[in-house]
Design a protein around this ligand. Structure first.
Ligand code: PA5
Length: 447
């Protein structure tokens, strides 16, 4: 088994009826996912995506990635939210957080257009000096301000550097198949385009061109990634909760929520997982945090954060449960050697590798935290490779849909994201927002 879910460490916090009582809801949510009859059912394209995707486009993605790998020193991936987190998370999961320094001939990859910081954008531009640059602009709507501003800057940069024609050969555009400002611009300029399917929302889009092109450009095997996800399509489609780890996980999240836990802390012991946690937070936060409901998704990387957040988790307000992702094997390791004088007192670790010590840190922590009243769920992954990543991505996506339906929300919309945008546009003087501008300025003036 490549991914295994264990709730043994949480058993003291749950009663048999907690899961039994959710069986009917799980079955009904399973049926509405499969029959596409629930809230947000227009956005269920991710469910069968790993077994039913556009093979021609997939081949074009691999070809474009190959071209990028041959003619590019720096790939700039422009996108925000679901249009960048999955790709960045996957690259770090597979290649490690130091990918850009250890990339072994592959292009450096920087993610831009995911903030409105001029200083950040200026730094990324500086990194490009003297390098061969390509850009992958990703925006499903094609109108999101952050990536649109960054793309305007990089488009000018590439056109000045290479001229319009060569710049167009170095710009790859991932967006809607027909609609939006970006698609229009791409058609005018002749950029190669990849599609974000209509029925796949941003935070569920990592296994479309949104994630696949940057992931392939980093040298990862996207065939294996899809194969791993395809395994998960069957593995996590059993309506019987007792035989479906993904549904047990989703149900337990809801059981804890009903018992007053308001925070789910995603924990890992590998820095390469930190961006996966960011992807996870968007997936669950944007899917469930609505109608005044939802678990707040947070994350920590141990043992690093045991030295900053460990005190609170062990001993602070009892608002959380932990979901811990562990790896059974790592791709690299270091053995701690014997030292003759044992000046640092570490000879009791001699001959052990660091993953063994890391395992003991996990075991010690899981016991301490459950003693401290924090239920722990554990997801163990065999090793950080493409197949396991594909399965893990799908596991979380399916659990998120199931969990959202049990909670009684539409897991596929994000109405709350619009509010800040309207205010920002009004304050910036975007045409059409004149009335709001005056009102907001009065309110700001009072503070
Ligand atoms: O999950 C989502 O829908 C969002 O995070 C979007 O991906 C994000 O807002 C970016 O939108 P777009 O791809 O339209 O630029």
């Amino acid at each position: 088994m490549s991914i295994k879910f264990n709730y043994g460490y949480a058993k003291q916090f749950i009663r048999e009826n907690d899961l039994k009582g959710l069986e009917a809801q799980v079955e009904s949510a399973h049926n509405i996912i499969n029959s596409k009859s629930g809230l947000g059912n227009d956005f269920l394209g991710w469910v069968n995506l790993p077994v039913d995707y556009d093979r021609d486009e997939f081949a074009r993605i691999k070809k474009a990635a190959e071209k990028i790998r041959n003619d590019t020193d720096i790939l700039i991936v422009i996108g925000i939210g679901g249009s960048y987190l999955g790709a960045r998370a996957a690259i770090e999961f597979l290649k490690g957080p130091y990918y850009n320094s250890l990339r072994n001939g592959a292009p450096e990859i920087y993610f831009s257009g995911n903030s409105i910081s001029g200083s950040d954008l200026a730094d990324v531009l500086k990194l490009c000096e003297g390098k061969r640059v390509s850009v992958n602009i990703i925006s499903k709507s094609g109108t999101t301000t952050e990536p649109a501003v960054a793309f305007r800057v990089f488009r000018k940069y590439l056109e000045e550097l290479y001229g319009e024609e060569e710049a167009a050969r170095r710009i790859y555009c991932t967006t809607d198949k027909a609609r939006g400002t970006l698609k229009q611009l791409a058609d005018e300029k002749g950029y190669e385009c990849f599609v974000v399917p209509d029925d796949v929302g941003g935070r569920f889009s990592v296994l479309t061109a949104v994630g696949l092109l940057p992931i392939a450009a980093a040298g990862a095997d996207i065939d294996k990634l899809m194969q791993g996800a395809a395994v998960a399509v069957n593995k996590y489609n059993n309506p019987d909760i007792s035989r479906n780890d993904c549904y047990i996980y989703a149900a337990l999240r809801n059981a804890f929520y009903r018992k007053g836990k308001s925070v789910e802390l995603l924990v890992s012991y590998e820095p390469r997982f930190t961006m996966m946690s960011e992807w996870f937070k968007q997936l669950f936060g944007e899917s469930e945090g609505k109608d005044n409901k939802g678990l707040f998704p947070a994350s920590v990387t141990f043992s690093t954060d045991l030295h900053s957040m460990g005190q609170f988790i062990q001993d602070g307000s009892r608002v959380m449960f932990e979901t811990v992702v562990t790896f059974n094997e790592t791709d690299k390791d270091i053995i701690i050697e014997q030292e003759q004088n044992n000046g640092d007192g570490l000879n009791f670790l001699a001959g052990k590798n660091m993953s063994y010590v890391n395992r003991k840190a996990f075991e010690g922590t899981v016991l301490a935290h459950t003693d401290g009243g924090v239920p722990n769920l554990v997801i163990s992954v065999d090793r950080p490779d493409e197949e396991n990543l594909g399965e893990l991505i799908y596991f979380f996506e399916k659990a998120c849909a199931m969990s959202g339906y049990i909670l009684g929300v539409n897991p596929f919309d994000q109405p709350g994201v619009e509010n800040y945008k309207k205010n920002m546009f009004a304050l910036l003087g975007k045409p059409g927002y004149e009335a709001q501008k005056a009102e907001l300025e009065v309110r700001l003036g009072k503070n």
